[in-house]
Design a protein around this ligand. Structure first.
Ligand SMILES: [Zn+2]
Length: 75
């Protein structure tokens, strides 16, 4: 099983979920809008060019977490 990159989720002023995908190699946080993520599109760390692409499972997990956080904040 491929290890998933770890990530944090932020929300901007318009309540768009932004993932901060943590590079497994250098630890750099790479912000990407959740809606712009695709399992077919490679995401590379902007600092060291390591591939930090989330697969479909990872994107689904992030989508669920974002929904949970929205609920917790009553948004
Ligand atoms: Zn990196």
């Amino acid at each position: 099983m491929k290890p998933q990159p770890s990530f944090d989720i932020d929300f901007d002023k318009r309540n768009n979920a932004t993932l901060r995908i943590v590079c497994s190699k250098c630890g750099h946080e790479n912000p990407h809008h959740l809606t712009s993520l695709s399992p077919d599109e490679d995401i590379l760390c902007t600092q060291c060019a390591t591939n930090i692409t989330l697969d479909l499972e990872g994107i689904n997990l992030a989508t669920r977490k974002a929904a949970e956080i929205r609920q917790a904040y009553g948004a």
